[in-house]
Design a protein around this ligand. Sequence first.
Ligand code: ZN
Ligand code: ZN
Length: 303
Amino acid sequence: MVVLGTASQLPTRHRSHNSYALRWDDQLILFDPGEGTQRQCTLAGVAIARATAVCLTHFHGDHCLGLPGVIQRRSFDNRTTAAGIKPLPVFFPGDGIEFFENLRNASISHDVSAVVPQPIDGPGVIGRLGDLTLSAVALEHRCTTYGYRLDEPDGVSVVPERLVETGVSGPDVGILLKQGWIDGPKGRVLADDVTVARKGQSMAFVMDTVMCDGALELADGVDLLISESTYLHEHLDLAVEYSHMTARQAGELAAAAGARRLVLTHFSARYSDASVMGDEASRYHDDVVVAQDLVPVAVPRRR
Ligand SMILES: [Zn+2]
Ligand SMILES: [Zn+2]
């Protein structure tokens, strides 16, 4: 996951507004493109032309003001490359369609972005992105907000030692896995003989919200949890007032949900050094990453 920005309401000298790009197999998914996303993509080496989907949690400016730039850049790229125009689904809370249309038509442009609006009208599975399943779950914020979750299907992994014993090699391995069997040099081999089950990986994006059941549902057992962490717990009163989470709550969320790696982001401008967020959350979870602008975060290795 390429972190493009980590600021909440106010960007700072070192933090651009919220924005994230997740590369996963053939997918490039932009989450909450805040102001400055186009420029941050350039700095991070993320090609907006290659984006396969955009997911907006809600229509506060720090989560969507970069969308006009993304859409117009997409139009520019579509006009200047011969690759052909691919549709770009944009997911967002359905009751905010007015804001989506405003952003889409924010200024003069010749729109060939091929954007496909995907308003969300309720929780559940909302789409398939390549092999991945995209789900949305309602969060509790000051306006309609959906968190997102991506799940890879379960698959199988080849056990090299078992494969060597069968004598099957090269392109025959692909045939074996595809059709489930092959007649090898030592007789018939079944795919089940040389593979073990591999659990699909998963990722959750929880932002903006108070601690709630929806956040727990999204984060349940995920490999990578990106969570808002606007305040330190000493400012819990502010977190409650503005419907946000503290670093401690993000740590508790990751622990309660059994998430493997927790990425903290969406920091209030009052904290010049976000490492204090990591210190606080690390008392509750043992794999905490404090997101930094333009620094990628890896999904943990498969178990
Ligand atoms: Zn926000
Ligand atoms: Zn918000």
